[in-house]
Design a protein around this ligand. Structure first.
Ligand SMILES: Nc1ncnc2c1ncn2[C@@H]1O[C@H](COP(=O)(O)OP(=O)(O)OP(=O)(O)O)[C@@H](O)[C@H]1O
Length: 272
Protein backbone atom coordinates (compact mmCIF):
# COMPACT_ATOMS: atom_id res chain seq x y z
CA UNK A 1 0.00 0.00 0.00
CA UNK A 2 1.25 3.48 -0.80
CA UNK A 3 1.80 5.95 2.00
CA UNK A 4 0.38 9.43 1.65
CA UNK A 5 3.89 10.81 1.20
CA UNK A 6 4.67 8.41 -1.64
CA UNK A 7 1.50 9.32 -3.50
CA UNK A 8 1.74 13.01 -2.80
CA UNK A 9 -0.32 15.01 -0.37
CA UNK A 10 -2.74 16.37 -2.93
CA UNK A 11 -3.31 13.06 -4.67
CA UNK A 12 -6.78 12.44 -5.97
CA UNK A 13 -5.59 9.42 -7.98
CA UNK A 14 -8.18 6.90 -9.17
CA UNK A 15 -7.66 4.19 -11.77
CA UNK A 16 -9.08 6.64 -14.33
CA UNK A 17 -6.64 9.45 -13.48
CA UNK A 18 -4.12 9.86 -16.30
CA UNK A 19 -0.59 8.84 -15.36
CA UNK A 20 0.72 12.09 -16.92
CA UNK A 21 -1.05 15.42 -17.30
CA UNK A 22 0.97 18.32 -18.67
CA UNK A 23 -0.67 21.69 -19.20
CA UNK A 24 0.84 24.83 -20.68
CA UNK A 25 4.44 23.74 -20.08
CA UNK A 26 7.11 26.03 -21.45
CA UNK A 27 10.89 26.24 -21.15
CA UNK A 28 13.56 28.76 -22.13
CA UNK A 29 17.32 28.33 -21.79
CA UNK A 30 18.59 31.91 -21.71
CA UNK A 31 17.39 33.44 -24.96
CA UNK A 32 16.57 30.01 -26.49
CA UNK A 33 12.87 29.26 -26.43
CA UNK A 34 13.24 25.46 -26.19
CA UNK A 35 9.70 24.22 -25.65
CA UNK A 36 6.04 24.96 -25.71
CA UNK A 37 3.60 25.80 -24.49
CA UNK A 38 2.57 22.13 -24.65
CA UNK A 39 -0.24 20.01 -23.24
CA UNK A 40 0.08 16.22 -23.02
CA UNK A 41 -2.01 13.55 -21.36
CA UNK A 42 -0.95 9.91 -21.06
CA UNK A 43 -3.51 7.44 -19.75
CA UNK A 44 -2.50 4.64 -17.38
CA UNK A 45 -0.97 1.80 -19.36
CA UNK A 46 -0.84 3.89 -22.55
CA UNK A 47 2.24 3.90 -24.81
CA UNK A 48 2.85 7.36 -26.30
CA UNK A 49 5.80 8.28 -28.52
CA UNK A 50 7.09 11.70 -29.45
CA UNK A 51 8.80 12.25 -32.78
CA UNK A 52 10.03 15.56 -34.12
CA UNK A 53 12.99 17.29 -35.71
CA UNK A 54 16.30 17.46 -33.87
CA UNK A 55 16.43 20.11 -31.15
CA UNK A 56 12.66 20.71 -31.02
CA UNK A 57 12.40 20.14 -27.27
CA UNK A 58 11.52 16.44 -26.89
CA UNK A 59 14.15 15.64 -24.25
CA UNK A 60 13.35 18.86 -22.41
CA UNK A 61 9.71 17.75 -22.04
CA UNK A 62 10.71 14.25 -20.93
CA UNK A 63 13.12 15.64 -18.34
CA UNK A 64 10.43 17.95 -16.99
CA UNK A 65 8.02 15.00 -16.59
CA UNK A 66 10.82 13.04 -14.91
CA UNK A 67 11.49 15.96 -12.51
CA UNK A 68 15.05 16.28 -13.82
CA UNK A 69 14.34 19.95 -14.57
CA UNK A 70 11.62 22.36 -13.47
CA UNK A 71 9.36 23.95 -16.07
CA UNK A 72 9.43 27.69 -16.29
CA UNK A 73 5.65 27.78 -16.83
CA UNK A 74 2.75 25.34 -16.72
CA UNK A 75 1.70 22.42 -14.54
CA UNK A 76 2.73 18.76 -14.46
CA UNK A 77 0.82 16.02 -12.67
CA UNK A 78 2.16 12.48 -12.52
CA UNK A 79 0.14 9.65 -10.99
CA UNK A 80 -2.62 12.09 -10.06
CA UNK A 81 -0.42 14.42 -7.99
CA UNK A 82 1.36 17.68 -8.81
CA UNK A 83 4.98 16.79 -9.48
CA UNK A 84 7.15 18.08 -6.68
CA UNK A 85 10.35 16.05 -7.20
CA UNK A 86 11.60 12.68 -8.48
CA UNK A 87 9.04 9.89 -8.06
CA UNK A 88 9.87 6.37 -6.98
CA UNK A 89 7.57 4.75 -9.57
CA UNK A 90 8.85 6.75 -12.54
CA UNK A 91 11.66 4.88 -14.32
CA UNK A 92 13.89 6.75 -16.74
CA UNK A 93 15.92 5.03 -19.47
CA UNK A 94 18.38 6.92 -21.67
CA UNK A 95 20.31 5.99 -24.80
CA UNK A 96 23.43 5.26 -22.79
CA UNK A 97 21.90 4.19 -19.55
CA UNK A 98 24.72 3.67 -17.12
CA UNK A 99 25.47 0.30 -15.65
CA UNK A 100 27.74 -0.01 -12.64
CA UNK A 101 30.90 -1.63 -14.05
CA UNK A 102 32.04 -3.16 -10.76
CA UNK A 103 28.76 -4.99 -10.21
CA UNK A 104 27.53 -8.16 -11.92
CA UNK A 105 24.39 -8.16 -14.06
CA UNK A 106 22.38 -9.50 -11.12
CA UNK A 107 23.72 -6.89 -8.70
CA UNK A 108 23.14 -4.10 -11.22
CA UNK A 109 19.49 -5.13 -11.51
CA UNK A 110 19.16 -5.48 -7.73
CA UNK A 111 20.71 -2.05 -7.12
CA UNK A 112 17.49 0.01 -7.06
CA UNK A 113 15.96 -2.51 -4.64
CA UNK A 114 19.04 -2.34 -2.43
CA UNK A 115 18.78 1.46 -2.27
CA UNK A 116 15.17 1.04 -1.18
CA UNK A 117 16.23 -1.26 1.64
CA UNK A 118 14.71 -4.49 0.25
CA UNK A 119 16.30 -7.52 1.97
CA UNK A 120 19.05 -9.48 0.19
CA UNK A 121 17.10 -12.69 -0.51
CA UNK A 122 14.03 -10.83 -1.85
CA UNK A 123 16.03 -8.49 -4.07
CA UNK A 124 18.14 -11.30 -5.51
CA UNK A 125 15.01 -13.36 -6.28
CA UNK A 126 13.30 -10.39 -7.92
CA UNK A 127 16.46 -9.46 -9.86
CA UNK A 128 16.84 -13.05 -11.08
CA UNK A 129 13.24 -12.99 -12.37
CA UNK A 130 13.81 -9.71 -14.23
CA UNK A 131 17.11 -10.89 -15.73
CA UNK A 132 15.13 -13.80 -17.23
CA UNK A 133 12.38 -11.45 -18.48
CA UNK A 134 14.87 -9.38 -20.50
CA UNK A 135 16.50 -12.52 -21.91
CA UNK A 136 19.76 -12.39 -19.97
CA UNK A 137 19.32 -15.71 -18.14
CA UNK A 138 22.78 -17.30 -17.84
CA UNK A 139 24.56 -13.92 -17.70
CA UNK A 140 23.74 -13.15 -14.05
CA UNK A 141 27.38 -13.25 -12.98
CA UNK A 142 28.85 -11.39 -15.96
CA UNK A 143 30.17 -7.83 -15.60
CA UNK A 144 28.97 -5.02 -17.95
CA UNK A 145 32.32 -4.96 -19.79
CA UNK A 146 31.68 -8.58 -20.83
CA UNK A 147 28.37 -7.67 -22.50
CA UNK A 148 27.37 -6.12 -25.84
CA UNK A 149 25.73 -2.67 -25.96
CA UNK A 150 22.32 -4.30 -26.49
CA UNK A 151 22.81 -6.55 -23.47
CA UNK A 152 23.85 -3.61 -21.30
CA UNK A 153 20.69 -1.79 -22.38
CA UNK A 154 18.68 -4.86 -21.29
CA UNK A 155 20.33 -4.63 -17.88
CA UNK A 156 19.20 -0.99 -17.70
CA UNK A 157 15.68 -2.04 -18.70
CA UNK A 158 15.57 -4.77 -16.04
CA UNK A 159 16.81 -2.29 -13.44
CA UNK A 160 14.11 0.20 -14.47
CA UNK A 161 11.48 -2.52 -14.13
CA UNK A 162 12.71 -3.56 -10.70
CA UNK A 163 11.28 -0.30 -9.39
CA UNK A 164 7.75 -1.54 -10.18
CA UNK A 165 7.17 1.53 -12.34
CA UNK A 166 3.78 2.89 -13.30
CA UNK A 167 5.53 5.19 -15.79
CA UNK A 168 8.59 4.63 -17.98
CA UNK A 169 10.23 7.65 -19.60
CA UNK A 170 12.51 6.47 -22.40
CA UNK A 171 14.70 8.91 -24.33
CA UNK A 172 16.03 7.22 -27.49
CA UNK A 173 16.77 4.08 -25.46
CA UNK A 174 17.86 2.06 -28.49
CA UNK A 175 19.55 4.91 -30.35
CA UNK A 176 23.06 3.49 -30.01
CA UNK A 177 22.17 -0.04 -31.12
CA UNK A 178 22.45 -1.63 -34.54
CA UNK A 179 19.25 -2.01 -36.58
CA UNK A 180 18.61 -5.71 -35.85
CA UNK A 181 19.22 -5.42 -32.11
CA UNK A 182 17.05 -2.33 -32.09
CA UNK A 183 14.11 -4.18 -33.65
CA UNK A 184 14.46 -7.08 -31.24
CA UNK A 185 14.69 -4.73 -28.27
CA UNK A 186 11.57 -2.87 -29.42
CA UNK A 187 9.61 -6.13 -29.56
CA UNK A 188 10.98 -7.07 -26.17
CA UNK A 189 10.03 -3.72 -24.67
CA UNK A 190 6.47 -4.27 -25.90
CA UNK A 191 6.31 -7.63 -24.14
CA UNK A 192 7.74 -6.27 -20.93
CA UNK A 193 5.54 -3.18 -20.84
CA UNK A 194 2.37 -5.12 -21.54
CA UNK A 195 3.32 -7.58 -18.78
CA UNK A 196 3.64 -4.83 -16.16
CA UNK A 197 0.95 -2.55 -17.62
CA UNK A 198 2.73 0.76 -17.06
CA UNK A 199 2.41 3.99 -19.06
CA UNK A 200 5.28 4.86 -21.38
CA UNK A 201 6.57 8.10 -22.88
CA UNK A 202 9.03 7.15 -25.60
CA UNK A 203 11.20 9.53 -27.61
CA UNK A 204 12.60 8.25 -30.86
CA UNK A 205 13.94 9.48 -34.20
CA UNK A 206 12.60 6.32 -35.84
CA UNK A 207 9.10 6.73 -37.23
CA UNK A 208 8.86 2.95 -37.70
CA UNK A 209 9.75 2.32 -34.08
CA UNK A 210 7.16 4.89 -32.93
CA UNK A 211 4.42 3.29 -35.05
CA UNK A 212 5.31 -0.26 -34.01
CA UNK A 213 5.31 0.50 -30.30
CA UNK A 214 2.71 3.17 -29.67
CA UNK A 215 -0.96 3.59 -29.01
CA UNK A 216 -0.47 7.21 -30.05
CA UNK A 217 2.33 9.12 -31.77
CA UNK A 218 2.67 12.82 -30.95
CA UNK A 219 4.41 14.83 -33.65
CA UNK A 220 6.34 17.84 -32.41
CA UNK A 221 7.06 20.79 -34.67
CA UNK A 222 10.37 22.66 -34.83
CA UNK A 223 11.67 24.61 -31.84
CA UNK A 224 10.05 25.88 -29.71
CA UNK A 225 8.33 22.51 -29.88
CA UNK A 226 4.57 22.26 -29.75
CA UNK A 227 2.48 19.30 -30.87
CA UNK A 228 1.35 19.64 -34.47
CA UNK A 229 -0.32 16.25 -34.85
CA UNK A 230 -1.53 13.30 -32.84
CA UNK A 231 -1.67 10.00 -34.71
CA UNK A 232 -3.56 7.08 -33.14
CA UNK A 233 -2.08 3.67 -34.02
CA UNK A 234 -4.87 1.14 -34.18
CA UNK A 235 -2.79 -1.99 -34.87
CA UNK A 236 -3.91 -4.98 -32.79
CA UNK A 237 -1.64 -6.20 -29.98
CA UNK A 238 0.51 -8.16 -29.43
CA UNK A 239 2.52 -6.64 -32.26
CA UNK A 240 5.62 -7.82 -34.04
CA UNK A 241 7.70 -6.12 -36.68
CA UNK A 242 5.58 -7.54 -39.55
CA UNK A 243 2.70 -5.29 -38.38
CA UNK A 244 4.52 -2.34 -39.97
CA UNK A 245 3.45 -3.47 -43.43
CA UNK A 246 -0.28 -3.30 -42.56
CA UNK A 247 -1.99 -0.56 -44.60
CA UNK A 248 -2.92 1.45 -41.49
CA UNK A 249 0.71 1.33 -40.31
CA UNK A 250 2.14 2.49 -43.63
CA UNK A 251 -0.47 5.28 -43.79
CA UNK A 252 0.53 6.41 -40.27
CA UNK A 253 4.24 6.37 -41.19
CA UNK A 254 3.61 8.47 -44.30
CA UNK A 255 1.45 10.96 -42.39
CA UNK A 256 4.13 11.39 -39.71
CA UNK A 257 7.03 11.59 -42.18
CA UNK A 258 5.20 14.23 -44.25
CA UNK A 259 4.95 16.50 -41.22
CA UNK A 260 8.44 15.92 -39.86
CA UNK A 261 9.96 16.50 -43.25
CA UNK A 262 8.26 19.88 -43.58
CA UNK A 263 9.31 20.89 -40.08
CA UNK A 264 12.89 19.69 -40.50
CA UNK A 265 13.22 21.52 -43.83
CA UNK A 266 11.83 24.71 -42.31
CA UNK A 267 14.21 24.33 -39.31
CA UNK A 268 17.19 23.86 -41.65
CA UNK A 269 16.10 26.91 -43.66
CA UNK A 270 15.83 29.00 -40.50
CA UNK A 271 19.41 28.04 -39.51
CA UNK A 272 20.90 29.01 -42.89
N1 LIG B 1 20.62 22.81 -20.55
C1 LIG B 1 20.49 23.49 -21.67
N2 LIG B 1 21.06 24.71 -21.83
C2 LIG B 1 20.92 25.42 -22.96
N3 LIG B 1 20.18 25.01 -24.01
C3 LIG B 1 19.59 23.81 -23.93
C4 LIG B 1 19.70 22.98 -22.76
N4 LIG B 1 18.99 21.84 -22.97
C5 LIG B 1 18.47 21.95 -24.22
N5 LIG B 1 18.83 23.13 -24.79
C6 LIG B 1 18.40 23.60 -26.12
O1 LIG B 1 16.99 23.50 -26.15
C7 LIG B 1 16.53 23.02 -27.41
C8 LIG B 1 15.73 21.74 -27.22
O2 LIG B 1 16.61 20.71 -26.78
P1 LIG B 1 16.15 19.21 -26.58
O3 LIG B 1 17.36 18.44 -26.18
O4 LIG B 1 14.98 19.17 -25.70
O5 LIG B 1 15.70 18.81 -28.06
P2 LIG B 1 15.40 17.37 -28.69
O6 LIG B 1 14.17 17.52 -29.51
O7 LIG B 1 15.39 16.34 -27.62
O8 LIG B 1 16.68 17.18 -29.62
P3 LIG B 1 17.32 15.85 -30.26
O9 LIG B 1 16.25 15.21 -31.08
O10 LIG B 1 18.42 16.38 -31.13
O11 LIG B 1 17.80 15.01 -29.13
C9 LIG B 1 17.79 22.84 -28.27
O12 LIG B 1 17.94 24.01 -29.03
C10 LIG B 1 18.88 22.69 -27.24
O13 LIG B 1 20.13 23.13 -27.77
Amino acid sequence: MKTQTQQGRNSTATPATPIVKVEGVEQHFGSVHALGPVDLTIERGEFVSIVGPSGCGKSTLLEIIGALQDPERGTVEVGGSPLDGPRRRTAIVFQESATLPWRTVLDNVAFALEVRGVGKKERQDRARELVEVVGLGGFENHYPAQLSGGMRQRVAMARAMSMDPDLILADEPFGALDEQTRMLMAEELLRVVSAIGCGVLFITHSIQEAVLLSDRVMVMGRRPGTFIDEVPIALPRPRAHAALSEPSATAAQERIWGQIREEAEAAMGAER
